[in-house]
Design a protein around this ligand. Structure first.
Ligand code: UT7
Length: 351
């Protein structure tokens, strides 16, 4: 039987560390000012979200999301012992694409030097659920014999599109820049616990306005000339969130999706090595662990160091703890994600 397997994993975060204290002093180009620009505090952010710091691309330099994706992808390829030319399909998950179109996958393909016309490029738009949705696609493609080497990347540059005034503080404090990647391929096995064991995506479009970023509204017009001081225009340019509704839905669906993954695979928490939830808020993950009856020592969190890197959080978290020696190759992970859409899902796989 052909199953899909993770052959290599890698991540990349920019070197620039932005602490909660420093965040208060940033202007719209995230350059440090002498006076605070946002009314928030390290204490509030730590207490309500668990975040201590996040990474941003350097201010004043030109970084695009495909650049971060490429750096994570190169590490995943090295980990897999493969070269970029071996890849025949790219799936790129992001909510902060390089430009409106074409998608970021083709930009990254070019940067990786993949000149073959036989590498398909997909961009997917499932925000914080991007990794699990992408894993589901890669798993299906590989099992069907469609592609042999799939590069799945989650990457985000949030720092360029956040509101650094008090008006945007509920959202801005949460997000960071970063990327994670896995390389996947087929394995011939009779072992049902090999490779990717389970994936399931869910969505509920009635939650679409619970968390969104417009940039433009095709039903009205594109935003070319704008004045960010104008309240209406400002709300188009920056992410908008009904924080409490998102929080409550995230807890409910992440608990349900985790239980669903166990029921579908017939596994228990004794069989799973690590629980890797999406990293949106430490309080969400702690509540999911509590209500989901998940062994707390198996839950891995990195939101303290990176904030919410959206489509990148799952591979970034696994790679972080793999580099620390905690997660080992072959360990079994149950991952559960939730994000804008609303979209959510879970997956069980070996790393
Ligand atoms: O990635 C997937 C999607 N994202 C999420 O899952 C995030 C889900 N939501 C959350 O994590 C939380 O709702 C937040 C962290 C965004 C907000 O936490 P909260 O405990 O729900 O706070 P709140 O929105 O009820 O606000 C409480 C107070 C308000 O002040 P008043 O009206 O009580 O005077 C806010 O204005 O906290 C204020 N506030 C802040 N104060 C300092 C909101 N953001 C900040 C801030 N610093 N950054």
């Amino acid at each position: 039987m052909i199953r899909a397997k993770i052959l290599g994993l890698g991540s990349y975060v920019p070197d620039r560390v932005v602490t909660n204290d420093e965040l208060r002093f940033l202007n719209p180009k995230h350059e440090r000012q002498t006076e605070p620009q946002m009314d928030t505090s390290d204490e509030w952010i730590r207490k309500r979200t668990g975040i201590q710091e996040r990474r941003y691309v350097p201010a004043g330099e030109t970084w695009r999301t495909s650049d971060l994706g490429k750096l994570a992808a190169e590490r995943a390829l090295e980990d897999a012992g493969l070269e970029a030319k071996d890849i025949d399909c790219i799936i790129f998950g992001t909510l902060s694409p390089d430009i409106h179109f074409p998608g970021s996958a083709v930009f990254m393909q070019e940067k990786l030097g993949i000149n073959s016309h036989y590498c398909a490029c997909y961009d997917i738009r499932q925000q914080c659920s991007g990794f699990v949705y992408g894993l589901e696609m890669a798993d299906a493609f590989i099992k069907a014999g469609k592609y042999k080497r799939v590069l799945l990347v989650g990457a985000e540059i949030h720092s360029h599109s956040l509101d650094y005034t008090t008006r945007g503080r509920d959202v801005t404090v949460l997000f960071g820049d970063g990327a994670g990647a896995v390389v996947m391929g087929p394995v011939e096995t009779t072992d049902p616990r090999e490779g990717v064991l389970y994936t399931r995506g869910h969505a509920d479009g009635s939650g679409a306005w619970g968390l969104y970023l417009k940039i433009f509204d095709i039903g009205v017009h594109g935003m070319v000339d704008y004045d960010p001081k104008d309240r209406e225009v400002n709300s188009t340019l920056y992410p908008q969130m009904k924080g409490k509704a998102v929080f409550m839905n995230a807890v409910k669906q992440m608990v349900a999706a985790s239980k669903e993954a166990l029921a579908a695979t017939g596994l228990s928490w004794d069989d799973i090595d690590w629980f890797v939830p999406h990293q949106a808020n430490l309080r969400i993950n702690e509540t999911v662990v509590q209500y989901g009856k998940i062994p707390p020592e198996k839950a891995l969190n990195t939101i303290m160091f990176y904030g919410n890197t959206t489509a990148a959080t799952v591979p970034l978290t696994i790679d972080h703890y793999r580099q620390e020696g905690k997660v080992k190759k072959g360990d079994l992970v149950l991952s559960t994600v939730f994000g804008a859409g609303f979209t959510w899902g879970s997956a069980v796989f070996r790393v």
